[in-house]
Design a protein around this ligand. Structure first.
Ligand code: ATP
Ligand code: MG
Length: 567
């Protein structure tokens, strides 16, 4: 491709609204342009990378036995009403009406559409399992679209759905998808981990997120420093035995703690430590108030709480609600005398001896508090976030944290949609059964951004060979020079004939501009034709290593192929 004939609008300045590297570089290198917030045009370079990612995804999906189809982005409200999600999905679902006032949604995901399709077309166990996928634009009116393609409101997703007549078959396809995803992200050269994710049920191993390791990731991954255990921090179970000290139990006492609000302030005022304090928080699980106790140096994991109560929402009670339920400020809460509500505590609390807690009265705390003597709890459970240094739940090593960008998600749905939407089949005995389902998503446009986030330096992007928009960047320093332009045209033809996809910079631009653009765009190998053109000598530069070498045109193909195979 001749560079003057395509559209690669590079920018010298860092766009002020782009916070992260991938967003900045994709804008600067002319890959994307924003339309509305979270809505982008993919310019020719980005489109080529997207195609490459999609092809990798297609190969791995097809290889795993999935079949491609394409469903509509415009989805009738009736399907979503049947599943119930029309009412629960919230404002993220983009809704609209047609000219007859009929309601539609722009597809945020396709469980409803595919379940309706398969329910109509598949009736017998003989046609199962069936795994279908598509690569398509999705719409989600995200609360905070940000980081460019990483969290868009219109983005490209590969979504797959599998249908089964028994759980073993679901396990089998799930494992194949898991493997296919690992292959996809390995082929994209990403540094990633598959982590146990929140399945809405405790300890479930039936959902994994694929996380690209990155400081800008929104998710925290808790992983073991000496095994392959890795979980989303939301899900990592804490498996610890807390030793109870054999200190003698002292008499409970109420003490004044004027203006001491935080755990740290209270602990230092009372000359004790945070791990002897009981942190009490009032939560609202759906409509029920629950007083949750954790140790002062721990944090409540609301996902664990949500899963224990099988609640659809869990949130902290407001100051007004707290006042109404326990008659005090949020900072003064405690379990003693809170007999009108459910109290639940993390296992670590049970081991506290002569501890400290709020007195449900402003400016007062209790000291020498002993659980089970001074207050009762309805349940001790795993309620806190795992912390760095905690033992790994698999018993091997210690937990360390990393930040991750979720690029893929595999999930066992069970019969959630088939039951709601009546997608059934006849089994061997002629009995009607709900289909068992799985779903599997990859953020294709997010993956592009994740690669850009992992592969760059101060001069620009550095594309892995199999994702680069072009294989080679051919630059003629001065196209007005007869020798240079003749050699450039000759090599351009030669490289194309040898099946290289070449970006040929034949623009009338200053050399500095051409080199800066070339580094910014980040193709794996640059071929520069300059002063030694008359001798048939060109310069090769490897983007990743910065290595430069001169070669005669006769040696060009050989040398390029060596460089590329080593990348
Ligand atoms: P997140 O927690 O990041 O919002 P999600 O759990 O909503 O993701 P899924 O519904 O599992 O995501 O969608 C499948 C995949 O689609 C995700 O793994 C992610 O790679 C991608 N994806 C989801 N939301 C977006 C978005 N707003 N922009 C770009 N890609 C997205
Ligand atoms: Mg989301």
């Amino acid at each position: 491709m001749r560079q003057s004939m395509t559209l690669i609008p590079t920018l010298r300045e860092i766009p002020s609204d782009a916070e992260v590297k991938s967003h900045q570089l994709l804008l600067r290198a002319g890959f994307i342009r924003q339309n509305a917030s979270g809505v982008y045009s993919y310019l020719p370079l980005a489109q080529k990378v997207l195609r490459k990612i999609e092809n990798i995804v297609r190969e791995e999906m097809n290889n795993a036995g999935a079949v491609e189809l394409l469903m509509p982005a415009l989805q009738q409200a009736e399907f979503w009403q049947e599943s119930g999600r029309w009412y629960t999905y919230g404002p993220e679902l983009m809704r609209l009406k047609d000219r007859h006032d009929r309601e539609f949604a722009l597809g945020a995901t396709h469980e409803e559409v595919i379940t309706s399709l398969v329910r109509d077309e598949v009736k017998s166990y003989k046609r199962l399992p069936l795994t279908l996928y598509q690569i398509q634009t999705k719409f989600r009116d995200e609360k905070r679209p940000r980081f460019g393609l990483l969290r868009g409101r219109e983005f490209i997703m590969k979504d797959a759905y599998s249908f089964h007549s028994n759980p073993e078959s679901l396990d089998d396809v799930y494992n194949k998808m898991y493997q296919a995803y690992s292959n996809v992200f390995s082929r994209c050269q990403l540094d990633f981990r598959a982590v146990i994710a929140d399945s809405g049920a405790m300890g479930g191993k039936d959902t994994h997120e694929f996380m690209v390791l990155s400081e800008i990731g929104e998710d925290t991954i808790a992983y073991s420093n000496s095994s392959d255990f890795a979980a989303n921090i939301e899900m990592a179970p804490v498996q610890m035995i807390y030793e109870k000290s054999n200190e003698e139990l002292k008499a409970l006492e109420k003490v004044e703690t004027i203006n001491k609000k935080t755990i740290e302030e209270v602990a230092s005022f009372l000359k004790t430590s945070a791990n002897k304090c009981i942190k009490s928080l009032l939560f609202k699980a759906d409509d029920q108030f629950i007083l949750v106790l954790v140790r002062g140096d721990h944090e409540v994991n609301d996902i664990k709480l949500k899963n224990i109560y099988e609640a659809s929402s869990v949130e902290l009670a407001s100051p007004e609600e707290t006042k109404a339920v326990l008659g005090c400020e949020i900072g003064s809460l405690g379990p003693i005398g809170a007999s009108n509500i459910v109290v639940i505590a993390d296992h670590a609390v049970e081991a506290i001896v002569n501890g400290v807690c709020g007195a449900n009265e402003e400016h007062f705390h209790y000291i020498n508090v002993n659980p089970n003597r001074d207050f009762q709890v309805s349940q001790y459970a795993d309620l806190r976030f795992i912390q760095e240094g905690d033992p790994s739940p698999d018993g091997k090593g210690q937990i360390v944290f990393a930040k991750g960008i979720e690029v893929g998600h595999v999930f066992k749905l069970g019969t959630r949609y088939s039951e709601a939407m009546n997608a059934t089949y006849l089994d061997e005995n002629g009995r009607t059964q709900p289909m068992i389902m799985g779903c599997y998503g990859i953020g294709v446009s997010r993956t592009l951004a994740a690669v850009a986030e992992q592969f760059n330096d101060e001069n620009g992007l550095i594309w892995p060979v199999n994702l680069a928009p072009f294989d080679l960047h051919l630059i003629a320093v001065n196209m007005k020079d007869q020798d240079q332009s003749a050699l450039a045209e000759e090599l351009y033809e030669l490289l194309k004939q040898n099946r290289y996809d070449v970006l040929f910079d034949e623009r009338q631009e200053r050399p500095g501009v051409k080199f800066a653009d070339s580094d910014l765009i980040g193709l794996p190998v640059r071929i520069t034709i300059g002063k030694k053109a008359a001798e048939g000598i060109v310069e090769l530069k490897t983007r990743k290593t910065g290595e430069v070498q001169e070669v005669h045109k006769e040696e060009l193909l050989n040398t390029i192929s060596k460089i590329v195979t080593n990348l």
